[in-house]
Design a protein around this ligand. Sequence first.
Ligand code: SAM
Length: 260
Amino acid sequence: MKQKPKLGQNFLVDPAACLAIADALGDISAQTVIEIGPGAGAITSILAARARRLIAIELDRNLASRLRAEIPATEIIEADILTIDLDALRNGSEKLRIVGNLPYYITSPILLHLFNYSSSIATAVVMMQREAADRVIAEPGSRDYGLLSATAQLYADIAHVLTLPPTAFMPPPEVHSTVLRLTMRPRFAELGIEPGTFLPFLRQAFAQKRKTLGKNLRAAGFDATRIADALAKSAIPATSRAEEVDLNRMAVLWRALHGL
Ligand code: SAM
């Protein structure tokens, strides 16, 4: 089979890892599972035997038609995952299980796409480049913590499942890969924040890594006195960068800035 590197086609050839990924979804015998990028079907064939309903979304036409022939019980949608309305794939109000060895070139857009549907998803077991996973699970104040970490941790409880060397794939990528399990649990209500304004606020707060949080908010148009008052009210030192502030204090800051 000819791989297309541009589509992130590094196929998993480690049978134990394929099983571990399927196992990380838990009991799926009564669930609808969506697989992102089934490729040659290494994980798909295991899921097909376990899930009540399996829908696999593959962009590559050749792979999609091959899978249709080889795993007929699976519904194959030939499409870009980023264009898929996940709500439309649910039966009633059921919560979806998502799984995938992701195409690494669009890891962040895929995660953001999943977060947009967080109320329709129970868990997502996803493989990505190890460095991306390190950023997703990083703690505030650590080197890897940033906008992706804050956003992911706002939507989900995240657990490390396994890390694989390049030799687990064909062709081997240049990087290690990590599987994470995201249990969707959006924290907006608990933190007293609104997604519509808090998410743009987060992007503004993290806009420039070398600037302090206050300077980034100033650049985004917030009034200097209001920022100083809100930082004091949130017990955030004026010298702090967004990377040092946890979500609880970021939420207090957002509320103080909005007079809430
Ligand atoms: N699941 C297979 C495995 O583990 O061996 C293949 C994983 S490979 C890393 C990523 C897969 O995603 C490829 O099959 C690729 O064609 C597919 N893909 C790439 N971009 C995609 C997109 N935008 N939407 C859906 N699938 C995509």
